[in-house]
Design a binder for this molecule. Structure first.
Ligand code: BGC
Length: 765
């Protein structure tokens, strides 16, 4: 239904940029803390100040003589903390998750040493990006891409709150999360860490996560919360090659309007620290970009938080990107650009060189004092001066069933039903199933990277208490109904690439199919992370495609389960499947969630937070420009450009259907200062209960630069019983419809906007 609500009216153009102006402090400063910082800084030596700006990996202070048993090395600690006064440590020791008791024991030693050496506590940071990933037994949540698919802000907030609680149960106060890199290129190895391709979803989920991790008062992070580090600032996910840490060429418009958006919103929500993008844009490494670090983030937002580098990235200015002729020059560039803390992470020459630079007048004392204030402010806000460590026994909700239930719910809401021909799903519980594919019987694939270890390759050893898809299906359908034959398996030998597979045994799986009613093929990817996850062909592995083809040839119905960190191309096998479920990386409860969903014990409600491509030269995002998708033009040169997608952004089916009606707006004609209220009725028109993510989009019909095809402006999730109708209300400021124009300023131009929600459309102007 198309409703033209009204005609043209004059809208005033918003002149000038919103973000280039000083705004109210992102975090109101606390005068008591500021006084303490001032007092402390006056007493500190230059060496002590520089030490605060240095971050070292835990392995550099670990006793490496017993690799299986994590122990700190007192002599190394003496040098790093005692001598160099290093103010921060990071990472999981010996590359493997520890028990919370081990963590607490080590942190106590580190803190005692820090307090004794300089009276300033150390700040310890970890990458618990999808739950308590580096602590044995901790509650793990689906990865960011899954959390986005839930379109459920409350779940994201609650998951972060639980992760914060469990991180505090290890005496760790700082988490390098949430990840708000826009996953706009499916070739990228880190697409799954963030909240999908859209800047609004990343902003909203990022905000929810910040509040969950930090609580409501950024000046006073209580005993159950941790400080966040938003990452990676910014535009990390859109390299030209699709490979990690290679150059990007992001326009100023996209940078300001899209990549900056989640950082702007999370900083406004109180985010206390930010980690910088390892890469470079138009030849300029982000770690040397003063305009973006000091200008956009610290000055324009009046933000008093702390900027930390990514791993070894100051040195990379010299050794990798060659914008600095020496290590020392690289330090000068980065610190003068606005870096406050260097994740060095293995050695201490940073401290020596920075001291020389200050003495030579190449880095000002003012810059050092500013950086150190930011580090100290973070430590004061965390309460570390009063309590550098604490009694962890009171954290008795660690890994509680209550937390597990949230992780299961998140997994259920994150798995997306993409196809269900002839309503083959749900499957009756006495269905005889051939369970096949390399992802059917391991925990590693369900979890992905940053799970127990960086590459996630130890998950099968560490997550034995949780169910693989095979185990969850055996529990749900009964062992007698599950026939398992993988057909293809990933290599497990140490040192194997994540994509390596053994010689397939497709014939075995085909034979086994004879006794089955339905074939469930669990395919996708093995776990990987960062640069080792680079990819040369987005197509799903040839072996896995062959497996599906051979099984489909048996004539038995095939259900495809996609368990992967990015949308691998499956255009040639998708037509062979009756049903397709994209489970992405749902983590430890993902298989139980799938068993509940596939049998109808739970209903699907996930929607894709990214565009699923079907062909390699048709990679795009939902907010493409009109010329990317137009039919043939008239005449001799009948150019055309048509997108060919597997599934669009926002797509997802359920076991019920929803009817959208009565999309209305209170002010069909509006002025720039107005707030618009939209309402829409959603009815559950099917026979089972369900949750629907309601997505509100706008399209600017004409603009001074070619407008995006469509933009998500708000979303909500409602639960509906069969036959029930609920009215969903969305508030939108007129300025939410603005875009960044050719002059790099935010603009709101007069004219018509089409608003769409489900099947409903209306035009406002
Ligand atoms: C990653 C970051 C991470 C850091 C510390 C880097 O390699 O890019 O996301 O926070 O390591 O582990």
């Amino acid at each position: 239904m198309n409703k033209k609500i009204s005609t043209l009216m004059a809208c005033t153009l918003i002149a000038g940029t919103v973000y280039a102006q000083k705004v109210a402090p992102a975090i109101p400063s606390d005068p008591t803390i500021e006084k303490k910082i001032e007092k402390l800084i006056k007493k500190m030596t230059l060496e002590e100040k520089i030490g605060q700006m240095c971050e070292i990996t835990i392995d550099s202070v670990t006793d490496m003589s017993s690799p299986g048993d994590f122990k700190l090395c007192p002599a190394k600690l003496d040098n790093v903390i005692g001598n160099y006064k290093v103010g921060s440590l990071l990472n999981v020791p010996l590359s493997l998750a520890q028990t919370k008791e081990k963590w607490a024991e080590a942190i106590k030693i580190i803190q005692d040493k820090s307090m004794e050496s300089m009276g300033i506590p150390c700040i310890y940071g970890v990458d618990q990006i999808h739950g308590t990933t580096y602590t044995r037994g901790g509650t793990m949540f689906p990865q960011g891409i899954n959390m986005a698919a839930t379109f459920n802000r409350e779940l994201v907030r609650y998951a972060a709150e639980i992760c914060a609680y469990e991180t505090k149960a290890c005496c760790i106060p700082w988490n390098y999360a949430p990840v708000v890199d826009l996953g706009r290129d499916p070739r990228w190895a880190r697409m799954w860490e963030g909240y999908g391709e859209d800047c609004y979803v990343n902003s909203e989920m990022g905000k929810a996560a910040v509040l969950g991790f930090q609580g409501n008062d950024p000046n006073n992070i209580g005993e159950y919360h941790v400080a966040v580090s938003m990452k990676h600032y910014m535009g990390y996910g859109v390299t030209i090659s699709g490979k990690d840490r290679t150059p990007s060429s992001i326009s100023d418009i996209d940078m300001r309007e899209k990549h900056f958006a989640p950082f702007l919103e999370t900083v406004r929500a109180g985010a206390l620290s930010v980690m910088v993008n390892s890469g470079l844009n138009n030849g300029v490494p982000f770690h040397a970009n003063k305009e973006l670090l000091t200008g956009w983030l610290k000055e324009d937002l009046n933000w008093d938080g702390m900027i930390v580098t990514d791993w070894a990235d100051i040195n990379n200015l010299h050794v990798r990107d060659r914008v600095a002729e020496s290590k020392k020059e690289a330090i000068k560039m980065a610190i003068n650009a606005g870096i406050d803390m260097s994740m060095v992470p293995y050695e201490l020459s940073f401290c020596d060189y920075l001291k020389e630079l200050v003495n030579e007048g190449e880095v000002s004392m003012e810059r050092i004092n500013d950086a150190v204030s930011r580090v100290l402010r973070l430590k004061f806000r965390l309460g570390l001066f009063d309590k550098p460590y604490w009694d962890i026994t009171k954290y008795d909700r660690f890994a509680s069933p209550e937390f597990a239930a949230v992780a299961l719910q998140a997994a259920e809401e994150s798995e997306v039903l993409l196809k269900n021909n002839d309503n083959i799903l749900p499957l009756a519980k006495n269905t005889k199933i051939l369970l096949t594919g390399p992802n059917a019987d391991n925990m590693r694939c369900l979890n992905g990277g940053w799970s127990y270890s960086w590459q996630g390759h130890k998950a099968d050893e560490c997550a034995q208490d949780y169910n693989t898809i095979r185990e969850a299906f055996e529990n749900k359908f009964g062992k007698e109904n599950i026939i398992y034959s993988a057909g293809v398996n990933y290599k497990t030998e140490a040192g194997s690439s994540y994509w390596a597979e053994y010689t397939p045994k497709i014939e075995d799986a085909v034979k086994a199919a004879a006794k089955a009613d339905v074939i469930v093929a669990c395919i996708g990817e093995n776990s990987y992370c960062e640069t080792p996850g680079n990819l040369t062909d987005l197509n799903l592995s040839a072996n896995q495609k062959e497996l599906v083809k051979a099984l489909a040839a048996t004539g038995k119905p095939v259900v495809i389960i996609l368990n992967q960190g990015r949308p691998r191309l499956i255009g040639d096998i998708e037509p062979l499947a009756k049903a397709v479920i994209n489970i992405s990386l749902p983590s430890n409860y993902g298989a139980d969630a799938l068993a509940n969903l596939i049998t109808g014990d739970a209903n699907f409600s996930g929607k894709l937070p990214f565009t699923y491509p079907s062909l390699i030269n048709s990679l795009t995002t939902y907010d493409y420009k009109p010329c990317e998708n137009i039919g043939q033009m008239d005449g001799n040169y009948n150019y055309d450009s048509v997108l060919d997608l597997q599934w669009p952004f926002g797509y997802g089916l359920s076991y019920t259907t929803y009817k959208y009606s009565n999309l209305k707006v209170d002010k069909p004609v509006f002025a720039p200062a107005d707030e618009l209220t939209f309402t829409v009725d959603i009815t559950n028109a099917g026979k089972v209960k369900g949750k629907e993510s309601v997505l509100l989009y706008s399209s600017d019909l004409y603009a001074s630069i070619s407008p995006d095809n469509i933009r998500l402006r708000n979303f909500d999730k409602v639960e509906l019983n069969p036959g029930e109708t609920k009215t969903v209300t969305f508030k939108l400021k007129a300025s939410d419809l603005a875009f960044v124009g050719a002059d790099n300023k935010w603009r709101l131009e007069k004219g018509d906007f089409r608003i769409t929600c489900g099947t409903e459309k209306l035009i406002v102007n």
